[in-house]
Design a protein around this ligand. Structure first.
Ligand SMILES: NC(=O)c1ccc[n+]([C@@H]2O[C@H](COP(=O)([O-])OP(=O)(O)OC[C@H]3O[C@@H](n4cnc5c(N)ncnc54)[C@H](O)[C@@H]3O)[C@@H](O)[C@H]2O)c1
Length: 357
């Protein structure tokens, strides 16, 4: 019996979810249905995939035979879908961030726990092989005690302005980018945030594009284990920048230092008309399998595949409690990361240090 998975929200990133579940077709995973609110997009999906496409996730949950649901709607629209899917007994993958409120994230975690279903958050930075090396060396004590570190993640300006202008003002560099690394650093340190202080600037996006949101958010997070991290996030890099995203991290401990350029992995090009470019092939790359089919690989793919694997394990009789030892991020991880991002915005609004514990 194949594991039947549906995708809710088939926009820019939902397409990656559709690609992953489709390419797992030979491995016991079936893309069984889609819920997509945009009528024209829904029609195109119906024609392309030949499966039921619903306008509303509730109708889909009532009519389609499903084991799991993968949610890729805008950040502030995850909550009801996750709670409804849990109530219907479906396992759930949800795009980062779990929710943009602590109350919402708590309600989602509770709903999944009460229903006894898997709630997984797509924090794919945990699957980057370089980040996994750092996590392993920190866990085994090779760096000693982690003292401090710094993270940067910066998108080119077309991401908020052209990719999702309809909901960018409801988001921020902290929600869209910061959460990736708030979660990654928690996972590497095995420690939670204690205090948060943040500053930010609103100028270019509001002035030039009418988007009332931050250009940059700069957060300082002190963790319970004593490590101090700074997270610099922005989404106003010029279009001429060499990649759609710039990202990296440094971690300094009592016995060593790790530095990772998480964007530029060493390959660069300059093609006429395109300018200089660098590549993060770790994230997503195309390959061809032995039957000549296009296949996507990379950590952006693996994290979604890992959810399908977890659901297959559960459908085969595995227990939820046995899944706790993997790389995957749980609803509780999503909740802790939302706590940090909410504290970042509270600090931005008040100018104060926010104490989480
Ligand atoms: N993991 C990553 O690297 C990554 C990258 C980009 C975006 N994301 C996340 O993915 C999510 C989606 O972002 P996006 O850029 O694809 O946004 P998008 O606006 O391109 O797509 C969202 C889609 O959801 C649909 N939708 C909205 N409400 C719906 C509902 N109630 N039911 C069904 N469909 C609904 C919209 O019509 C749209 O097609 C966000 O949470 C975002 O943060 C993750």
């Amino acid at each position: 019996m194949p594991v039947r998975i549906a995708v809710v929200g088939a926009g820019k990133f939902g397409q990656t979810h559709l690609d992953v579940f489709t390419q797992l077709g030979d491995e016991g995973i079936e893309l069984a249905a889609i819920a997509e609110a945009d009528p024209a997009r829904a029609e195109a999906l119906r024609a392309r995939y030949g499966i039921p496409v619903y306008a509303d996730h509730r109708e889909m949950l009532a009519k389609a035979r499903l084991d799991a649901v993968s949610v890729a709607t805008p950040d502030h629209l995850h909550r009801d879908i996750v709670i409804d899917a849990a109530a219907a007994g479906k396992h759930i993958l949800v795009e980062k961030p779990l929710d943009v409120t602590v109350e919402g994230a708590e309600a989602m975690v509770r709903a999944a726990r009460d229903a006894g279903v898997l709630l997984q958050v797509d924090f794919h930075k945990r699957y980057d092989p370089d980040h996994q090396t750092i996590e392993r060396r920190v866990r085994s004590g090779d760096l000693g005690d982690v003292l401090y570190g710094s993270v940067h993640m910066e998108d080119r300006i077309e991401v908020p302005v052209e990719w999702f202008p309809h909901w960018a003002a409801a988001s921020s560099p902290a929600w869209f980018l910061g959460v990736h690394f708030y979660d990654l650093v928690r996972w590497i340190l095995k420690s939670e945030a204690k205090t948060v202080y943040a500053t930010g600037t609103k100028a270019a996006l509001l002035r030039d594009h009418g988007l009332d949101t931050y250009d940059c958010v700069n957060a300082k997070v002190d963790f319970v284990n004593g490590a101090a991290f700074s997270f610099d996030t922005s989404w106003v890099l010029p279009k001429e920048f060499e990649a759609i995203v710039n990202q990296g991290l440094r971690i300094v401990g009592t016995k060593g230092v790790f530095e990772c350029d998480s964007q530029d992995r060493g390959t660069r090009s300059c093609i006429g008309g395109e300018g200089m470019a660098t590549y993060n092939a770790n994230f997503k790359r195309e390959t061809i399998d032995r039957r000549g089919r296009r296949l996507l690989r990379g950590y952006g793919i693996e994290s979604i595949e890992d959810f399908a694997g977890n659901v297959a394990f559960l459908q085969a009789g595995g227990r939820l409690s046995d899944l706790g030892k993997g790389v995957w991020a749980s609803g509780e991880d999503g909740l802790e990361t939302t706590r940090i991002a909410v504290a970042v915005h509270e600090s931005l609004a008040t100018g104060r240090v926010v104490r989480l514990r």
